[in-house]
Every structure is written in structure tokens, then in C-alpha cells.
Write a protein that binds this ligand. Structure first.
Ligand code: GLP
Length: 242
């Protein structure tokens, strides 16, 4: 696990984007990018968009797979991850929408949607580089504490803490969905490289547990200690607990 501590959140975005761009270039024009929602990677996406706009990174044929989606939230809802990925990734980076995939949280058969998603990632050749944030309870994707370290894409129940963290995007806490469809920790670990970004003191405890704590299902992100090519890019505030 490579840990890079940056002076500022801007530097986090630049360093992480440079790493992601390097892997994408090495993987060729049809590279496969794993994308995360949340505020943590937004500046990183802006950096990638700038690289693409200036012609330094070709993204026209790149495929993308999102980590997760709420169950039962219509695609057109502004906070569905279909909408969020479209708004924050697909459009700014100029990706081909036909090559951008998000789990189908509206499927009548959620178990089938989960295995279809796993199959789609395999068919695309696997993820070359997975961008990650981390939840304040150590979750990655929506793999909440107690998630199996070998888990695959499946339905999960969101914890009270995650629902409270995400309530800022909904009118009331009651409007936050209770279930999600998320890539498993085993799915994420299959990515050939992982780049996790975190900024701010609110993430300091989760970051310390993820990097220096034991590998445990209680801190799902700690599984990245086992990944041969995991890079953790954090600012000084997020590094305060190390
Ligand atoms: C969400 C997402 C995660 C994200 C995390 C942190 O619940 N499912 O992929 O990493 O929460 O979000 P933020 O970056 O806004 O702190």
C-alpha cells in the first residue's frame, strides 16, 4: 500500500489524477475505469476532465463502472447514482454514455442485476484502475462494516451512520434509501489498481484504521492493505490519526 500525504486537498486531486491517468494511458484507449460517488473524488474528476480537454488523456473509448447505487431510487432522481455519475463523471470527462455502467437499483430481480453487473465487468476485461473514497465508518463502495472481505456485488442495508452522512442530499433523513446495490470487497480487490482519496479531519479516524489498523470486516477499506497496487492519497487533515 502506497500512502501519499499532500499539503492540500488540491494537491490530493492532482496527485491522484496523475496516478489514474498514468494507469489509463498504460492500459490503452479501451481502458476500464472504476468510479465512485461522494464528494471526495470530485476535484480528481475535475483534474481528469482538464487532462482530457487539453488532449493529454484520451477518454473517448474508455469504459466506466460505478461502485454502487441506491435500491428503489428512480434513475431520474437527482441523487440516484445514475444521475450523480452522469453529472460528475460522464459529462465532465466526456465519456461515451453507452460505456458507462451503474448497478441497476430499480431491477425487479436485484440478485440477477447484481450477477449481471459482475458479468459486465468481466466482459469489459476487468477494471484497470478503481477510484475510491472512504465513508466515515471505513466503508468503501457501500460495503458497510461486517461486509465479507470476499464479497461480490449484492444488496446491502445501509447503516444508520451512512444514512445520516448522506441525508444532506435528501429533504429529510426519512427520504434516504435504506438499501443499496454495491460491488463487493472481492469485486473491488479484482481491480488491477486502486486509488483512494480522502480529505479533511472527519476522515482521519477511518483513514488511520484503514491504513494502520488490522485487516477487518469492521473497517471494510482495510482490505486494501492486501491489494498489490493500492495508492492512498490524503491531505494532512485526513492523515492526522496516522
Ligand atoms: C458514499 C459512497 C462511497 C463514498 C463515501 C464517502 O456513501 N457510497 O463510495 O466513498 O460515501 O463520501 P464522501 O466522499 O462524500 O465523504
Amino acid at each position: 500500500m502506497e500512502v501519499v500525504i499532500c499539503a492540500t486537498p488540491d494537491e490530493v486531486a492532482r496527485v491522484a489524477a496523475a496516478k489514474v491517468a498514468r494507469v489509463l494511458r498504460d492500459a490503452g484507449p479501451r481502458a476500464v475505469l472504476g468510479v465512485a460517488t461522494g464528494s471526495s473524488p470530485l476535484a480528481l474528476y475535475a483534474e481528469l476532465a482538464a487532462l482530457a480537454a487539453s488532449g493529454r488523456l484520451a477518454l473517448g473509448e474508455v469504459s466506466a463502472f460505478a461502485l454502487d447505487e441506491y435500491v428503489g431510487l428512480p434513475y431520474e432522481h437527482p441523487e440516484s447514482y445514475h444521475s450523480v455519475i452522469d453529472r460528475t463523471v460522464t459529462r465532465p470527462l466526456g465519456l461515451d454514455p453507452a460505456r458507462v455502467h451503474v448497478p441497476n437499483g430499480m431491477a425487479a430481480d436485484i440478485a440477477a442485476a447484481a450477477s449481471d453487473y459482475e458479468a459486465a465487468i468481466k466482459t469489459a476485461g476487468g477494471v484497470d484502475v478503481q477510484i475510491l473514497g472512504v465513508g466515515s465508518n471505513g466503508h468503501i463502495g457501500f460495503n458497510e462494516p461486517t461486509s465479507s472481505l470476499a464479497s461480490r456485488t449484492r444488496i446491502k442495508t445501509l447503516t444508520a451512520r451512512t444514512r445520516e452522512d448522506n441525508a444532506r442530499f435528501f429533504p429529510t433523513l426519512d427520504d434516504v434509501p435504506r438499501h443499496c446495490l454495491t460491488q463487493g470487497l472481492g469485486t473491488i480487490m479484482d481491480a488491477r489498481a486502486c486509488v483512494l482519496v480522502a480529505q479533511g479531519e472527519a476522515k482521519a479516524d477511518a483513514v488511520a484504521a484503514l491504513i494502520e489498523g488490522p485487516i477487518t470486516a469492521m473497517v471494510p477499506g482495510s482490505v486494501l492493505q492486501w491489494h498489490p497496487h493500492a495508492t492512498i492519497v490524503i491531505d494532512e487533515a485526513a492523515a492526522a490519526g496516522l
